[in-house]
Design a protein around this ligand. Structure first.
Ligand code: ADP
Length: 357
């Protein structure tokens, strides 16, 4: 086991800065989910840790040791990738055995080492198969087994569930935390899927445009995303955003939505008079009768199943679209002309220019 520390890392390709003064720590035994849109710099960050590329500035420390002069093969790192990257000419057994052989394990210790990890990942029945003869799910389990087999101090997992089907992704989301806990490795898990980040990360780091935007517990990122982009990426359906300018009266800060006074959290007083965007999750909006004190008349435009539990409805008010969720078992509005009420007490406010909260 070993801690990981990135200390003010900058990486450029020609004139393009792909990692910009990135500092990040992962504790011994912790799994950090690295979340961010495509092109954010997630893979580059893993490759820097693995030692296959070098930073232009800053330090990489593993277990407190500066890795500047440590070659990739001496960093005690296991890696798995979204495209599996198995050796095609080797069997599943030989693939998994390769990091053990690199550490000069042989004979009974080698087959015991492979069997142990293969059983843990439920691929002990396909060890003689070549990668060609494995399903995508088995390929991905073999790749994970190979990453884990050498009992590395650090595991770098680059979106390993991206190319497997939804059922297996769901299973692995439940299984992987147990596998990682049993191996006691310190892990960085790259994903663009917020549910995966929430299920697998002890903490989540959000990377965007080469910068760390936020680091926190999964629920903190969901409830209080640091900026508009994170709020939009972190949730399904995406968050509702409406332009507002908060006002103040003797009852506290509020916004006017459709001519109604909607109270804001008193802590948002600093935003009064500023051009903002208010962010509301679909579940903070509900359908109400016309007599509800907060009722806003809307038109239902579309209804789409979100998952097995919820349905998302697109409603419009003066051409502006708002997404509303309702549990599948509840009855939706009977007419396209209906009313919603918005709970603005838990809404997020972002600065309209900077996108920051
Ligand atoms: P992510 O994994 O978050 O999708 P990457 O780390 O792969 O993103 O890439 C980050 C940025 O660095 C992207 O804009 C990508 O185009 C750029 N990049 C990656 N590798 C190279 C390279 N070898 N030369 C130039 N630019 C690169």
């Amino acid at each position: 086991m070993a801690s990981i520390e990135l200390d003010r890392i900058t990486k450029r390709f020609k004139d393009t800065v792909v990692l910009d003064d990135v500092s990040l720590s992962v504790e011994d035994g912790e799994t950090l989910a690295l979340f961010g849109p495509s092109g954010a710099g997630k893979t580059i960050l893993l490759r820097l840790l693995a030692g296959v590329i070098e930073p232009d500035a800053g330090r990489v420390l593993i277990g407190g040791h500066d890795m500047a002069d440590v070659a990739p093969e001496h960093r005690r790192i296991g890696m798995a990738f979204q495209n599996f990257a198995l050796f095609p000419h080797m069997s599943a057994f030989e693939n998994i055995a390769s990091p053990l052989k690199a550490r000069r394990t042989a004979g009974a210790a080698l087959s015991e080492g492979v069997d142990k990890i293969a059983r843990l990942l439920k691929i002990d029945h396909v060890l003689t198969h070549s990668p060609r003869a494995l399903s995508n799910g088995q390929k991905q389990r073999t790749a994970l087994a190979r990453a884990l087999a050498g009992e590395p101090d650090v595991l770098l997992l680059d979106d390993p569930l991206r190319n497997v089907d939804a059922k297996l992704r769901f299973e692995m989301r439940l299984e992987l935390p147990q596998v990682l806990a049993r191996q006691q490795a310190t892990a960085i898990y790259v994903t663009q899927d917020y549910k995966e980040a929430m299920a697998l990360g002890d903490r989540i780091a959000v990377l965007s445009g080469g910068r760390i935007v936020q680091v926190g517990k999964p629920e903190d990122i969901y409830l209080t995303p640091a900026d508009v982009e994170t709020a939009q990426l972190f949730g399904d359906p995406t968050i509702n955003l409406l332009d507002v300018t908060p006002e103040l009266d003797d009852r506290g800060p509020f916004v006017c939505l459709s001519d109604r006074r909607m109270p804001l959290d008193p802590g948002l007083r600093h935003a009064v008079g500023r051009k903002c965007r208010i962010g509301m999750r679909a579940e903070a909006i509900r359908f109400v009768g016309p007599d509800d004190p907060g009722a806003i008349a809307v038109t239902v435009e579309a209804e789409t199943p979100l998952n097995e539990k919820a349905v998302t409805l697109t409603v419009t008010k003066r051409g502006r679209e708002i997404l509303v969720s309702r549990p599948s078992e509840t009855q939706g509005p009977s007419d396209t002309a209906t009313h919603i009420a918005i709970d603005t007490a838990h809404a997020l406010l972002f600065d309209r220019d900077s996108g920051q909260r």
